[in-house]
Design a protein around this ligand. Structure first.
Ligand code: D9A
Length: 412
């Protein structure tokens, strides 16, 4: 029960409650079910099923871009599902990934044999490809191009593990950097953002790298249990000969040093993330980009020097997430949130950490870029206790009375 966890954080109750009421300026879906084609309806359902809260941010994008990004997301999800499916042998998987983009032009292509949790996007692929073919050419070109490059890139790391930091960047480029590049090009193509944004591929790449590196760092234990390793060997092998040792309590010191080194590497991307966001003009695009970036910095803060990364799941509370999502509506606000988390990391750098100096200077650099008069503090808007109690009662009651149903439930 997320409401109960957030009771110790009254400011989150307020956010959860406002969110439940839909009184949030950043993430209101603009459904128009009546005039929608059947394949579009299927795509929307797939989107909500596979991405939960992120679906809402896609839905909030302005008109033409919404359809393009929704389609891009589902096509990427399908490709990702093929890459992830351990039941497909590599001899089958390699040609499937390399040729995946051609499926977009084939009205009948689907794949019914996946055992993956997201297999439904492959089973329903004809609806996704139909929507793709209905898109304006300027969007189709981008999705096609990214799909071809990503499919090919994924095959590079099917047999080979990530070793050097350069290879870490290369792997993240294929699975996330290309997404950043594709999105920047879609934003430009829509006319909602300047054409220069879509042309700076190095910058958009780094926005994607920031998200993916954060995911890889956070998912250490989950990936280890699935027999998958995305932490770069050149880094972890400095601390232990076997990466599995980090999950053993006797090697906690080594595990934390390695974790902190990788987080320090990810922190290098903050200036690029801020620079990318500083160039956005459209409000819906801004929210769409800023929310995942803010979640990533919050996740890095939660993970930094945290032994729980090696024993369980490190999660952002839903109330916290909702509060950040609602607070990410302007560049000044985003800088204030970033600053809040970077300050927390900086305060927790152990003196004995082998990379403490580097971490410190990267925090310092990020803070200089986050200089703003906006405030994001967890104490300034504490409502009086009776207001919190009232909000909690209302929120619980709302849970029972709400006929809006599963959609918002999935969100929280
Ligand atoms: C994104 Cl079209 C992703 N990925 C994300 C989500 O954000 C990025 C996959 C497909 C698309 C977009 C994203 C959002 C906005 C701007 C971006 C961008 O670049 C400019 O991508 C770089 O994680 C997946 C990759 C990182 C591999 C690219 C955010 C998302 N969040 C999940 C929460 C979670 O922890 O996974 O999907 C969610 O809300 O369900």
């Amino acid at each position: 029960m997320d409401i109960l966890k957030s009771f110790a954080h009254p400011e989150e109750l307020l956010a959860l409650f406002r969110f439940k009421l839909g009184g949030c300026d950043a993430v209101i879906p603009k459904y128009d079910y009546g005039t929608m084609s059947p394949s579009m309806k299927v795509c929307l359902e797939l989107l909500v099923r596979t991405s939960r809260s992120f679906a809402a941010v896609i839905q909030a994008l302005d008109e033409e871009l919404r359809g393009a990004v929704c389609n891009f997301y589902l096509v990427l999800r399908a490709l990702d599902t093929v890459e992830d499916d351990m039941s497909i042998p590599n001899e089958v998987k390699v040609p499937m990934l390399k040729n995946f983009h051609h499926n977009l032009l084939d009205p009948d292509w689907k794949f019914m044999d996946s055992k993956d949790k997201d297999a439904v996007v492959l089973q329903e692929f004809p609806h996704i490809s139909k929507e793709f073919r209905a898109l304006p050419e300027k969007y189709r070109d981008v999705i096609w191009d990214v799909c071809a490059k990503m499919g090919n890139g994924m095959t590079v790391f099917l047999e080979r593990k990530v070793d050097t930091l350069e290879e870490w960047d290369e792997y993240c480029h294929y699975v996330a950097g290309l997404v950043g590049i594709g999105l920047a090009r879609l934003f430009s193509a829509s006319g909602l953002e300047e054409s220069s944004l879509g042309m700076d591929t190095a910058l958009a790449n780094r926005v994607g790298l920031f998200l993916q590196k954060t995911n890889i760092i956070r998912d250490y234990l989950e990936d280890l249990n699935d027999d998958r390793i995305f932490w770069p060997k050149a880094v972890w092998s400095k601390y232990r000969p076997d990466i599995g040792d980090f999950a053993k309590p006797e090697y906690q010191q080594e595990a934390l040093a390695c974790l902190n080194e990788l987080i320090t590497n990810a922190l290098e991307l903050i200036p690029s993330s801020l620079h990318f966001m500083s160039q956005l003009h459209n409000q819906s695009v801004f929210n769409f980009v800023a929310i995942p970036q803010v979640m990533a910095i919050a996740t890095l803060e939660r993970c930094y020097n945290n032994p729980k990364v090696f024993s369980g799941v490190v999660k952002i509370r839903k109330g916290e997430a909702v509060r950040m999502m609602m607070g990410s509506s302007s560049f000044d606000k985003v800088k204030a949130i970033m600053k809040h988390f970077v300050v927390q990391i900086k305060a927790r750098i152990p003196e004995s950490d082998p990379h403490s100096k580097q971490t410190h200077s990267l925090c310092q650099k990020a803070l200089s870029l986050c200089d703003t008069s906006q405030q994001y503090s967890t104490s300034s808007i504490y409502p009086p206790l009776y207001v919190s109690m009232g909000l909690m009662l209302s929120a619980i009651a709302y849970n029972y009375w709400s006929q809006i149903g599963q959609w918002y439930e999935d969100l929280l």
